[in-house]
Design a protein around this ligand. Structure first.
Ligand code: 5AD
Ligand code: SF4
Length: 460
C-alpha cells in the first residue's frame, strides 16, 4: 500500500460534523496506507451508529483516536510525537479519551497503555466493533485493550461513514498471507480473508447512486481475492464491478507480481472504465535479495509480467515500491535495482529505506547496511526514478489528450483546476465552463514535470 501524509479531520475526507444534541464527539487522525483511511471510515460508521458525532478539530473532541501504521519505524515515531502534542488537550478536558487504533496497536499492545499517562484505549484492526463498549468503559475510568486478530472479520455489514465526494475507497479483502520477510503486515493485520462479491458490487452501486465517480478497491494483495460464496477470483470481481457501475472509474491497490494473471490483465483491457494503471511493487532488482525477501518471483519473471501488461495495454501506467538497503544488500544488488528501474521505466515509484521490524523473519538477520550507505542508495534510486518519470512524461504525454476526472481547484494555485487521468497522473489546467467537480473533461497536455501534467481543456 502507498503511504499517505498525516491526515486529520481538517485534511482527510471526513464527514461533515454530526452534532446530535449532547452526543460525544470523536476525532480520528489517520496515518499510513489507504486501507487505514477506509478503516477510519469504518470506525466512524460504527461510532456514529452508536450515537457519536464527528468533531472536525481535536480541541472539540471527547475522544481522539489515532489510526496508526507500523510498516516502518518512522511512521511509529510520528505517532509517538503526536501523542506528546495531545497532552494539553487532556489537561483542558480531563474526561478526554485518547486511543490508538490500527497496526501499531496490534504490534505494541499493552506497551502503549499509559504512554504519557494519555493512552487509555488500544484497539487492533479486527476489533473495531468493540469500540463503543470500550469507550463506555474508558469514560468510566477503565483502560481498554482489544487486539485479537480474526480469520473472518471483514466489516462487510458496516457502512463506512464517507464524506460526499467523487472518489471512495472500498476494502475487498483484509490481511496478508505472503509473509515477505521484511513486512510486519501479516502480523498486524492477520490472515487473508475476502468480502463476498455481491456485497462489494452492491456497495459500488450505492456509491454510484450517491454521485461518486471513482472507486478504489483495496487489499494488501488484491490478486488473492476469492469470493467466499462463489469462488470468483479478482478478475471476476473487477469485471462484475465494471459492468455494475459502467459510469464509474474503477481502480485497485495493491497487486503482488506473483499473482498478476493473464486473465486479470485481459479483464483490465476489456473494460474502458477499469483504469489503466497498475501499482506492482518489485522491492528489489536483485534475485538474491528477492529470494531473501521471500517475494516468490525472480527479476526475469517480473519483467515478463511487465512485458505482458504492455503488450495487452500499451498505454497502461506502472508504478512500484522499492526498498533500499535491505539486510546484506551489496553494491552489486543496489546496481541491479537501478538497472531494473532503467529497464522498466516506471511512471512513478514509492521508495523507502529498509526499516527492521521486530517479529519479522528479517529482524533476526540484523540491519547491516550502514545508515549513510542506505541513504545514499535511496537518494540514487530517487534521483534516477525522477529523471525517468520526467523523460517518460516528455516522451509520452506532450500532445496527448486525456480524459480527466475534475477534482477541483489546484492546491498550489486556486486560479487553476486539477484532475486525474485514467493512468493516475495529476493534471493542472485553466478552468473552463465545462469544469465542475466530478466532471470528465478532455485535456490536451502541453507541458510536464516528473510528477505533474499541464494542459488545456478541449471543447466538448
Ligand atoms: N522497511 C521499509 N519498507 C517497507 N515496506 C514494507 N515493510 C517495510 C520495511 N520493513 C514497504 C514495501 C511495501 C510498502 C507498502 O512499504 O515497499 O510495498
Ligand atoms: Fe507485506 Fe508482502 Fe503482504 Fe505486501 S505482500 S503486505 S509487502 S507481506
Amino acid at each position: 500500500m502507498l503511504e499517505l501524509p498525516v491526515l486529520g479531520s481538517e485534511t482527510a475526507p471526513q464527514p461533515a460534523v454530526h452534532t446530535a444534541n449532547g452526543a460525544r464527539l470523536v476525532y480520528v487522525e489517520t496515518y499510513g496506507c489507504q486501507m487505514n483511511l477506509n478503516d477510519t471510515e469504518i470506525v466512524l460508521g460504527i461510532l456514529s451508529a452508536n450515537g457519536y458525532g464527528v468533531a472536525s478539530r481535536p480541541e472539540e473532541a471527547d475522544v481522539i483516536l489515532l489510526n496508526t501504521c507500523a510498516v516502518r519505524e518512522h511512521a511509529e515515531q510520528r505517532v509517538l510525537e503526536r501523542l506528546n502534542h495531545l497532552k494539553p488537550y487532556k489537561r483542558q478536558k480531563p474526561w478526554l479519551v485518547v486511543g490508538i487504533l490500527g497496526c501499531m496497536a496490534e504490534r505494541l499492545r499493552s506497551r502503549l497503555l499509559g504512554r504519557n499517562a494519555l493512552v487509555e484505549l488500544v484497539v487492533g484492526p479486527d476489533e473495531y466493533r468493540k469500540l463503543p463498549q470500550l469507550l463506555e468503559h474508558a469514560f468510566a475510568g477503565e483502560q481498554g485493550i482489544a487486539v485479537r486478530l480474526s480469520r473472518v472479520e471483514t466489516y462487510d455489514d458496516i457502512e463506512p461513514l464517507r464524506t460526499e465526494g467523487i472518489s471512495a475507497w472500498v476494502s475487498i479483502m483484509r490481511g496478508c498471507d505472503k509473509f515477505c520477510t521484511f513486512c510486519i503486515v501479516p502480523f498486524t493485520r492477520g490472515r487473508e480473508r475476502s468480502r463476498p462479491l455481491n456485497s462489494i458490487v452492491a456497495e459500488l452501486q450505492r456509491l454510484s447512486e450517491r454521485g461518486f465517480k471513482e472507486v478504489t478497491l483495496l487489499g494488501q494483495n488484491v490478486n488473492s481475492y476469492r469470493d467466499p460464496v462463489s469462488g470468483a477470483d479478482f478478475a471476476d470481481l473487477l469485471a462484475a464491478c465494471a459492468r455494475a457501475v459502467p459510469h464509474m472509474r474503477i481502480r485497485y491497490l495493491t497487486s503482488h507480481p506473483s499473482d498478476m494473471s493473464d486473465k486479470l490483465i485481459e479483464t483490465m483491457a476489456a473494460y474502458p472504465n477499469i483504469c489503466k494503471y497498475i501499482h506492482l511493487p518489485v522491492q528489489s532488482g536483485s534475485n538474491r535479495i528477492l529470494r531473501l525477501m521471500n517475494r516468490g518471483y525472480t527479476v526475469e519473471q517480473y519483467l515478463e509480467r511487465i512485458e505482458r501488461i504492455r503488450q495487452v495495454m500499451p498505454d497502461c501506467a506502472l508504478s512500484t515500491d522499492i526498498i533500499a538497503g535491505f539486510c546484506t544488500e551489496t553494491e552489486e544488488d543496489h546496481q541491479a535495482t537501478l538497472e531494473l528501474l532503467r529497464t522498466v521505466r516506471y511512471d512513478g515509484a514509492y521508495m523507502f529505506k529498509y526499516s527492521p521490524r521486530e517479529g519479522t523473519r528479517a529482524w533476526k538477520w540484523g540491519d547491516d547496511v550502514p545508515e549513510e550507505v542506505k541513504l545514499r542508495r535511496l537518494n540514487e534510486i530517487i534521483a534516477l526514478q525522477q529523471q525517468i518519470s520526467y523523460e517518460v512524461n516528455q516522451e509520452r504525454e506532450i500532445g496527448r489528450i486525456h480524459e480527466v476526472l475534475v477534482e477541483g481547484p489546484s492546491k498550489r494555485n486556486p486560479e487553476e483546476w486539477q484532475g486525474r487521468t485514467d493512468t493516475n497522473k495529476v493534471v493542472i489546467f485553466p478552468r473552463t465552463p465545462e469544469c465542475s467537480v466530478g466532471a470528465l473533461v478532455r485535456v490536451r497536455i502541453h507541458r510536464a514535470t516528473s510528477a505533474t501534467l499541464f494542459g488545456e481543456v478541449l471543447a466538448a
